[in-house]
Design a binder for this molecule. Structure first.
Ligand SMILES: C[S@@+](CC[C@H](N)C(=O)[O-])C[C@H]1O[C@@H](n2cnc3c(N)ncnc32)[C@H](O)[C@@H]1O
Length: 411
């Protein structure tokens, strides 16, 4: 049998749907991590699951994993051959952050995402099924890594009401302040795994949320966990033709970097981007707004303009950048409309949404249009994350390779 991933996927019926279990995540993670020192995390469960699959599919018991390994990765974004660092991808979505760090030479050793449609897209592109709900994953099940990555959903924190009882027996009582939020899960994984660096991404509003209290709890928690924190709101419009402001928080472990890291957020490139450059030439008429929807959007805007509000659709200047693509774009596409000569405006196609977030055209979109709009709207402007990642990796490699430079000095 050929050991192409596509054949193995078919043979072992690796299908991502609502019923997909963490066993499948173990198996695919093992396939990608069998020779980089992290296999013990996945091998036992993967082995049991493989035996079960063999039984169910009535494949005669084959000699364990040897039959499948090494795999030829015929997916658009295979694991890199000679990675220079390891990372984990939390709240992975469709892997925008993974792609950015893979492009910087990293190897993903653990990924988690609970939405079955996002998992499907992820597997189609990376050949790996994410683990599910992170709140149910013990930090002990996560392999060691250099960089922790997470574009976590923003949730309100209630700082009041931290009972003494809850703080008892914890090394860091402040973790309790975030209990019940997804940031808590990031903090507990950082506390246990102590990665050298982390990068977290969120909406710009996180900074001002709840009179800045939420952001204060986040930065204080990360600082108390032993990291020096750098953060900045960055606009993706210098990297993709889309105005998209996001807060990026980067932390360097103080005991390793001694707070001497020279990390800086990237200077925006001096490029003028235009949305017309990412538009597809021939677009199905179904993307053109119906007369009914177009009239409704115009009336809605008029009504709000009369009240002095700026709400309403955004007809995009083709020579400029678009508004921010959101996860609700699938509803009516109102925030980014493309003007068309002699016709009602149209919405973007899913492929154009991929491009506006900087995903290469080989990125596979295996889900319905509605799901695709949600997934790209929830994702990141990949090239911006890649630029931030480049500066992070530069710092990391300085401390990951001290022996090499020592050898060079003595030669
Ligand atoms: C803002 S999106 C991040 C998208 C990602 N950065 C990308 O490039 O596609 C947050 C993701 O967290 C996922 N999520 C929310 N709660 C989760 C949980 N408890 N466990 C795992 N994933 C979760 C959501 O399904 C969503 O895809």
């Amino acid at each position: 049998m050929s050991k192409k991933y596509s054949d193995i996927r078919e043979k072992l019926k690796i299908v991502v749907d609502k019923k997909t279990t963490n066993e499948m995540a173990h198996l695919t993670h093992y396939f990608q991590n069998h020779k980089n020192g992290v296999s013990q995390y996945y091998r036992p469960t993967a082995k049991e699951y493989l035996a079960e699959l063999h039984e169910n599919l009535e494949i005669a018991q084959e000699p364990d994993f040897q039959y499948y390994l090494p795999i030829k990765w015929d997916v658009p974004f295979p694991p890199p051959e000679n990675p220079t660092f390891k990372f984990i991808d939390l709240f992975a979505g469709i892997g925008g952050i993974r792609l950015a760090f893979q492009n910087n030479g990293g190897k993903c050793v653990f990924t988690s995402e609970w939405d079955s449609f996002a998992k499907k897209t992820y597997e189609a592109n990376f050949g790996e099924v994410p683990f599910g709900d992170i709140t149910q994953v013990s930090e002990k099940e996560i392999p060691d890594h250099d960089i922790l990555l997470g574009g976590f959903p923003c949730q309100p924190f209630s700082i009041a009401g931290v009972s003494k009882k809850n703080s008892l027996g914890r090394q860091h009582g402040f973790l309790d302040k975030t209990q019940g939020t997804l940031f808590f899960d990031i903090a507990r994984i950082i506390e246990h795994k102590k990665p050298k660096v982390f990068m977290l991404e969120n909406v710009k509003n996180l900074v001002s949320h709840d009179k800045k209290k939420t952001f204060k709890v986040i930065t204080e928690t990360l600082t108390e966990l032993g990291y020096s924190i750098h953060y900045k709101v960055l606009d993706a419009k210098y990297y993709v033709p889309q105005h998209r402001e996001r807060i990026i928080i980067v932390g360097f472990k103080k005991s390793i970097f001694k707070e001497k890291e020279t990390f800086e957020f990237p200077e925006p490139p001096n490029t003028e981007l235009a949305i017309k450059e990412i538009l597809q030439r021939r677009v199905d008429p179904k993307y053109t707004l119906s007369d009914k929807l177009w009239s409704y959007l115009q009336a809605y805007k008029k009504k709000h303009q009369a009240k002095g509000n700026g709400f309403g659709f955004g007809l995009t200047d083709l020579n400029g950048v678009s508004r921010t693509l959101s996860a609700r774009y699938y509803k009516d596409g109102a925030e980014i409309l493309i003007p068309q000569r002699g016709k009602n405006p149209r919405r973007l196609t899913p492929r154009e949404c991929a491009r506006i977030q900087g995903f290469p055209d080989k990125f596979i979109i295996p889900v319905s249009n509605n799901q695709a709009y949600k997934q790209f709207g929830n994702s990141v402007a990949m090239p911006l994350i890649q630029a931030v990642g480049k500066n992070i990796v530069k710092e990391l490699l300085k401390i990951n390779e001290p022996k090499k430079s020592k050898v060079a000095v003595h030669q």
